[in-house]
Design a protein around this ligand. Structure first.
Ligand code: FA5
Ligand code: MG
Length: 457
């Protein structure tokens, strides 16, 4: 047995991701089921709804370069340091991120490629750029979109999955270009509104409308006019894209008879919520009202000037956004459960075709089955909820529909913490028997004891 355990140690010294072997260390925490997702390439299957959406967004930005083949394996520098994440930012922790090893991880967002691409552009490294590029003839390289799979240790429910897709948008301008545009806009405004008389406070108004207070400051490297221009330009571009796409979704629902005639005037109110990202300032989250609910679909803001300076573009300023593709695709195609995007059931995949938006017709929903597990936390607790999420997912795969904390208390005498989680099991494709679920649940309980050191109650 000693030789066996030595052999398994040697075996596990590297981790294979997309054909490359990476040395492992005590940061390595990427489980096999997650690794398996790195090869699925949903964005490259032309009739997959996420790929259809990717193409739709690409089309809305015809002058941008489009990238969709960048490897998900990135350095901690790319994912965090290059974007100004503090050393103690919670996103860096093992509980939130899938590490390959201490310096290498599965990207948690498409922003990980901002600096790398901007630097390659400013240094004219065409080979680097071409390998991952989708539209070779794009006129503007200093404006680009990146579509990719991203990985996060996260909760499990109908709208969260540990692997999802994002669309990054980066748009930069030379400061000279912005100066000219501001001058043109001010002149046009003056001519149309006042027949010649100049309103000295016009620019100031434009700034007031867009730049927010202390909690969401502009950067000292930018003038108020520059920020006003960037923010207006960004919000307009994002708004136009979302409205174009949602209008297509409603048309599709109408043609399949799902929306009443009154729905034809459907509007998609959008609101901007102040946000914080280490790599933009000011920053917002964009929410869209869809079927009565405000849904967060992206983050955005004025790019931190340090990133452009670092990339060798100190004379340029810019904005950036990051959309969650699943959130939009769920609206667009009427897909109610995020897990469905990973289904290879022909009743799902067979409903879509390249370039076409249509409403998904759900196939019969199979009954779900809830199982609770209660336990005492280990004494010196390094316990994190995401460990439960991962453990359940590794054990039950896509049979798990959701995991929810339903009870939590601390014993008044012993000071021990107790938790109760409810695990909802439900298959997307078939009926599962109670016996089958019991076997899985037993395994979950056993592994919780072994791997998390909890005491079952
Ligand atoms: C980011 O990832 C930033 N990189 C976005 C950004 C880019 C900001 C450029 C500024 C400039 P956030 O963690 O909020 O931000 O995720 C962005 C979007 O991804 C969310 O709005 C949401 O639509 C989607 N998203 C986040 N977590 C999940 C998840 N677990 N499952 C599905 N979609 C998710
Ligand atoms: Mg967010």
């Amino acid at each position: 047995t000693r030789r066996q355990s030595e052999a398994s140690k040697i075996e596990s010294k590297t981790l294979d991701v997309l054909g490359t072997a990476y040395a492992t260390d005590d940061w390595t925490n990427t489980p096999p089921a997650i690794l398996a997702k790195t090869g699925r390439n949903l964005l490259h299957q032309p009739s997959h709804p996420l790929a259809i959406l990717k193409e739709l967004i690409f089309k809305e930005f015809p002058t941008f370069a489009h990238y969709d083949s960048l490897s998900p394996v990135v350095s901690t520098h790319q994912n965090f340091d290059s974007l100004g994440f503090a050393q103690d930012h919670p996103g860096r922790s093992k509980t939130d991120t899938y590490y390959v090893n201490q310096n290498t991880l599965l990207r948690t967002h498409t922003s990980a490629h901002q600096l790398q691409l901007l630097a390659a552009i400013s240094q004219g490294e065409h080979n680097v750029l071409m390998q991952a590029k989708n539209n070779f003839a794009a006129p503007r390289n200093e404006r680009f979109l990146v579509a990719a799979d991203v990985y996060r240790r996260d909760e499990i429910d109908a709208s969260h999955y540990p692997v999802f897709h994002q669309m990054e948008g980066v748009c930069t301008f030379s400061r000279e270009e912005v100066r000219d545009k501001i001058r043109q806009a001010t002149t046009a405004e003056r001519d149309s509104k006042t027949g010649g008389a100049c309103h000295s406070d016009q620019v100031a108004q434009m700034v007031d409308a867009t730049v927010v207070g202390e909690d969401n400051p502009m950067q000292s490297a930018h003038s108020a006019e520059e920020v006003a221009f960037l923010v207006k330009n960004m919000k307009q571009a994002m708004n136009d894209m979302v409205v174009q796409i949602l209008t297509k979704a409603v048309a599709a629902q109408q043609s399949s008879g799902e929306v009443s005639a009154s729905g034809s005037q459907a509007q998609f109110p959008v609101r901007w919520i102040d946000a914080y990202f280490p790599f933009t300032s000011p920053s917002w989250e964009m929410e869209v009202l869809f079927q009565g609910e405000w849904l967060e679909i992206c983050g955005c803001g004025v790019m931190k000037q340090e990133i452009l300076n670092q990339a060798g573009m100190p004379d340029r300023i810019g904005w950036a956004f990051g959309f969650g593709l699943e959130r939009l695709a769920m609206l667009l195609f009427g897909v109610h459960d995020i897990r469905l995007f990973w289904s290879s059931d022909s009743r799902f995949v067979g409903q879509f075709s390249p370039g076409r938006i249509n409403s998904f017709r759900p196939f019969s929903r199979h009954p779900s089955c809830a199982k609770d597990v209660s336990f005492w936390l280990p004494a010196e607790s390094t316990f994190h909820e995401n460990d439960i999420m991962d453990l359940v997912r590794e054990t039950a795969g896509d049979l798990v529909e959701g995991v929810k904390l339903i009870d939590s208390f601390t014993h008044p005498k012993t000071g021990k913490g107790s938790r109760c989680y409810r695990i909802n099991y439900c298959s997307m494709d078939r009926n599962v028997t109670n016996e089958e679920i019991n076997v899985v649940q037993e395994l979950v309980r056993k592994r919780m004891v072994e791997q998390l050191g909890v005491t079952l109650r």
